[in-house]
Ligand binder design. Structure first.
Ligand SMILES: NC(=O)c1ccc[n+]([C@@H]2O[C@H](COP(=O)([O-])OP(=O)(O)OC[C@H]3O[C@@H](n4cnc5c(N)ncnc54)[C@H](O)[C@@H]3O)[C@@H](O)[C@H]2O)c1
Length: 309
């Protein structure tokens, strides 16, 4: 393409893409955007035994998807599967330790053999140590990276080939606001979530370049959600930067996934902070973080999740 045409194309995209984004948002508010049908889709959800993983499992199952639930907490995971089947929908529970590559490959094969080709992958399992870098034992840092990052890569290696072959599927990455901004006492967590955001973005580009646009991706970056994972965290301005409920978070995630939205950041103010981060000097971004209390948010954190061996 000649250089002038390329410049004109970029200028056109600069206007066209924001316009379509605004039209889409307004259409969503007015209820004019149709959710895609997941009837009969096989959905793997990691970390489905509690929190937003559990609620996403209920939501997908309610829409007649067949859900394969993975968790290290067998008891809770089985309870979620029982709740779904009791309501007349389809669920299968699997013990899987997502910090172990061999476990992921073994369980992925079992799901494909026993349930069918996986078309939706929701990488949700996650842990947080909540310690300053120098107080955090090496093995816990490794665990955080293994579960929050490496598991995303191993599950992709297991399930993406089937999706690419049929040019059909959806990969959902549950990352975090800490994958867009560094946070104190969350160094390892933040590193793992920045990586998850990078995995999602690179995957989307790879699929586009390869022409596999039938495989969609959604990356989810929430601030805090009141699931108990971040018990005791605080927000200085709850109206502007609320700690959202798991139900609200999952309603927004469902909307984003079922309308093929590539990136969901919540609450909305975080979009603005993310944009400002790109243009403001680093010292100013830090000062804004301090004014909003983000840098102190972990001061009263209490670990409520079981220690991982
Ligand atoms: N709660 C928040 O404030 C918040 C904010 C941003 C992002 N997130 C992300 O959302 C996701 C879900 O968080 P949540 O709040 O529902 O937490 P949660 O602790 O309620 O759920 C996490 C689930 O993952 C499972 N899990 C942990 N280690 C595992 C392993 N090795 N193998 C398999 N499963 C394992 C747990 O048993 C649990 O059922 C996480 O990735 C988290 O980082 C949470």
């Amino acid at each position: 393409m000649n250089p002038l045409c390329e410049v004109l194309l970029v200028i056109w995209l600069l206007f066209w893409i924001p316009i379509t984004a605004v039209v889409r948002t307004v259409s969503l508010w007015l209820g004019l955007v149709k959710y895609k049908n997941v009837d009969g889709e096989v959905v793997v959800i990691t970390g489905a035994g509690s929190g937003i993983g559990r609620l996403m499992a209920l939501e997908f199952a309610k829409r007649n998807a067949i859900v394969a639930l993975w968790d290290i907490n067998e008891k809770e995971n089985n309870l979620v599967a029982e709740e779904i089947t009791r309501n007349g929908f389809k669920a299968h529970a699997y013990y899987c330790d997502c910090s172990k590559r061999e476990d992921i490959y073994r369980v992925a094969k079992r799901v494909t053999d026993e349930v069918g080709e996986v078309t939706f992958l929701v990488n949700n399992a996650g842990i947080a140590t909540g310690k300053n870098i120098l107080d955090c034992p090496d093995n816990l840092i490794q665990k955080t990276i293994d579960i929050n990052t490496m598991a995303h890569i191993w599950t992709l290696k297991a399930f993406l080939p089937g999706m690419v072959k049929r040019n059909h599927g959806h990969v959902v990455t549950i990352a975090s606001g800490a994958g867009l901004f560094g946070v104190n006492r969350l160094l390892d967590y933040s590193a793992s979530k920045f990586a998850a955001v990078g995995i999602d973005e690179s995957l989307r580009i790879e699929l586009t370049v390869e022409g596999k646009t039938g495989v969609k991706t959604t990356c989810v970056c929430p601030f805090y959600i009141s699931t108990g994972m971040f018990e005791g965290v605080q927000t200085r301005f709850p109206r502007l930067l609320p700690i959202v409920t798991p139900e609200y978070a999952v309603s927004r995630i469902t909307e984003a996934v079922l309308t093929d939205e590539p990136l969901l950041v919540m609450p909305r103010l975080v979009y603005l902070m993310y944009m400002l981060k790109g243009i403001l000097p680093a010292q100013l971004t830090l000062a804004i973080g301090q004014r909003f209390g983000v840098t102190q948010s972990m001061d009263h954190f209490v670990q409520t999740r079981p220690k991982q061996e």
